[in-house]
Design a binder for this molecule. Structure first.
Ligand code: SF4
Length: 94
């Protein structure tokens, strides 16, 4: 049986250097007021992290599912856009 991680590895991602399509509006809110950091658990691509009291986001590999935007319902602290045309996830099926 094939694992999810193996399926994800078949995808390709074109990085739009220095233009991440998702931004944290106010990282201080995440660091100091959010007590769940649900984004770090719910992101299927592992783009979010919370280490040493600081939120981290690396959008390379983002699946564009929108979960992080929805799950941050308390603070609405995720500025979410699709990548520019020609960038982002390239899904492969099969
Ligand atoms: Fe992760 Fe989905 Fe948010 Fe991309 S859109 S960072 S895959 S939760």
């Amino acid at each position: 049986m094939i694992k999810v991680e193996e399926k994800l590895y078949q995808n390709r991602y074109r990085v739009d250097a220095d233009r991440p399509h998702i931004r944290i509006r106010n990282p201080e809110l995440c660091n100091e007021q959010c007590d769940t950091h649900a984004c770090t658990v719910c992101c299927p691509a592992g783009c979010w992290s919370f280490e040493d009291g600081k939120i981290g986001l690396i959008t390379d590999g983002c699946l564009e599912c929108g979960t992080c935007r929805v799950i941050c319902d308390k603070f609405a602290n995720v500025d979410w856009n699709y990548p520019r045309a020609g960038f982002g996830i390239l899904f492969k099926f099969g």
